[in-house]
Design a protein around this ligand. Sequence first.
Ligand SMILES: [Zn+2]
Length: 42
Amino acid sequence: MGHRVEADSEEELVRKVQEHMRREHGMDISKERIQRDVRDED
Ligand SMILES: [Zn+2]
């Protein structure tokens, strides 16, 4: 989705991305959706 968020763990990353999407974009994204997007970077 083109958002760069730094975190020490996948769990923290998911939390930070969810918070970012809600605050900056007014969107609620599921944990599963974020994890799928993160894993796409392989
Ligand atoms: Zn953003």
